[in-house]
Each structure stands twice: as C-alpha cells, then as structure tokens.
Design a binder for this molecule. Structure first.
Ligand code: GLU
Length: 299
C-alpha cells in the first residue's frame, strides 16, 4: 500500500480571506487532486487574542463557495498547545532555546543606536548584546515568574542540525511552477535568534507549523512566496525535532493594484466583495488557474 500524499491549506482566522488565499487553497487542492492526494484544512489560531469565530466561519463558507472539499474534523492549533510545549521542551533540553524577557520597544531602542541586520520580514535581528546582558539575571527573573519568550540560539541550532545531518547541507525540495523538483539550500542564520515560543502563547508560527505538518502527515506544503524565507527555519526545526521533510511549492503572490501584497483588509479582493460584485467561483478559478503547477510529478 502506498501512502497518499497529503496537502493542506492553513489560514489564520484573523481577517477576511482574499484572492491570495483563494490561490493558496486552490493550489493545494488542485495539486492534491492531480496526484490523488488528500486535502486538509487547518485553522492556525494560536493567537487567541486575534482569532474571531466569525472569521473561522467565513473561512469554511468561502472555501465551500469556491468548491473545495476538505477532510473533517478540521484541526485547530488552539487545541494543540500541549504538543507545542512538548516540542519546545525537547529543544530547550538540547540547549537550543533560551529565555528572552525583552519586549519590542527595548529591542528597537537598542538597535536604534547601532546598525543592526534585519530578518527577511524586515524586523531587526535580536541583538547579541541584549542577549548577553539579559543572561546575567535570566534565572532570577524566571524564578520570579516574569513572562518570557524562548528564542532559538541560531548558531547552536545550525551546529546541532549539521551534526544530525552528518555534515550534509540543510536543503529543501521546491516544486517549481513547471512542476519540476529543485533542491534549495536554506540560510536560517538570516533570521537570527528568532522567537520559537511567544510570551503569551506556547508556540510561534514556526514551531506550530512544523509540529502540525508532521502530526498531520503533510507531504506537500503549498503556500505563497511570502513564506518562502520562513522555510529556512521550518527545515531547521524539522531536523532538530527529527520530523519528516515535506516538499514545498511556494506560489507567486497576487499583488494589489498598488503592487503591494494583498492584506486581510483588502476590500475589493475579499470574498464578500467578489460575491457582491457578481463574481462566481468559476471566475475566480479561471483567473487563478494558470498559476497552479501544470504537471506535479508523481514521485
Ligand atoms: N497560517 C499562515 C498564514 O495564514 C500560513 C501557514 C503556512 O501555510 O505555512 O499566513
């Protein structure tokens, strides 16, 4: 028996879906259909303060309108905190994570005074000098119950991953728009000591996504190119946690009239506005069809 490939669409319910989400969802769905794969929907609601049940309902309604079908029950990340805690504990026990008490304004204050590299999302990398200063009283602050995030010690993490890979480089397989498989090398160091566990939430996007992709047996991660750089950290965490490696397809983004990435408040391209304007699901599919890899390979 050959296991069927598993695809997923994993929206965060903190706003309305727009054409960009339709493309992500359809890409995974159509690629799954082309190779007889399964298609899952996962609600990425770790940020419980930003999640609205109305948005979750709207996701189901909009995707059904688009003609998609997905397996039930739908996994919600808010029900998965114990597994994220367990994964973080393992990384911490391996000396890969360390506590960070700083908030954004403290980090910004430090980087304002000196040149500081930025991560692919444009946020300043966590400054080494903040880390060494904080290390002095970290244990005492932790004992006092002060809230802290857990950051990855990127240098140690890369060393540890390299050991696990027997010195082989850390890579992933990207399925191109033409369906061809291509090996890509990752550079997780450009993210610096990224947050892996947030202060108020027992995970970050990065940790939750790799733990759940493995938990759900996802073999094909399809998502927008805005998440391409995050694959560096995802592959690193997968190796450190001993999780299986999916293949990836990062589709081109649909840009708004202003050339910017569509946002959750992008009125005109939101599903509600499209429906109101008389756009049909078939219209949306037709508009997006050309972007789906033509012939996903069967391996
Ligand atoms: N939840 C993420 C988002 O809505 C996507 C996660 C992923 O596909 O890896 O941007």
């Amino acid at each position: 028996l050959i296991a069927r490939p598993v695809f997923r669409f994993a929206p965060s319910p903190n706003g309305d879906l727009h054409l960009g989400h339709a493309l992500s969802a359809l890409t995974g769905y159509e690629m799954a259909r082309a190779i007889g794969g399964r298609f899952l929907l996962r609600i990425e609601d770790i940020d419980v303060t930003r999640t609205r049940e109305a948005h979750v309902e709207a996701i189901f309604r909009d995707l059904a309108w688009l003609g998609l079908e997905w397996e039930t029950p739908v996994l919600r990340q808010s029900a998965r905190f114990d597994d994220y805690r367990a994964a973080a504990s393992r990384l911490e026990a391996d000396g890969i994570l360390y506590p960070c008490f700083a908030n954004r304004s403290q980090i910004n204050a430090v980087v304002a005074n000196a040149p500081n590299p930025r991560d692919p999302d444009g946020a300043p990398l966590y400054p080494a000098r903040l880390r060494s200063a904080a290390a002095l009283d970290a244990a005492a602050r932790r004992a006092r119950g002060e809230p802290f995030a857990l950051r990855i010690d990127m240098a140690r993490a890369i060393d540890a991953a390299s050991d696990k890979l027997g010195g082989q480089p850390l890579t992933f397989t990207e399925i191109g728009a033409d369906g061809r498989h291509e090996t890509r090398h990752v550079r997780p160091q450009r993210w610096g000591d990224a947050v892996i566990v947030r202060k108020e939430i027992p995970a970050s996007y990065h940790l939750a996504v790799v733990v759940d992709d493995a938990f759900q047996g996802v073999t094909h991660v399809t998502r927008g190119q805005d998440l391409l750089a995050a694959t560096d950290i995802h592959r690193l965490l997968q190796v450190l946690l001993g999780l299986p490696e999916p293949v990836y397809h990062h589709h081109a983004l649909i840009l708004g009239e202003d050339g910017q990435k569509l946002s959750k408040s992008a009125g005109d391209t939101g599903f509600a506005a499209l429906r109101e304007a008389g756009v049909t699901a078939a219209d949306v599919r037709a508009r997006l069809a050309l972007r789906i890899p033509s012939a996903p390979p069967r391996d």
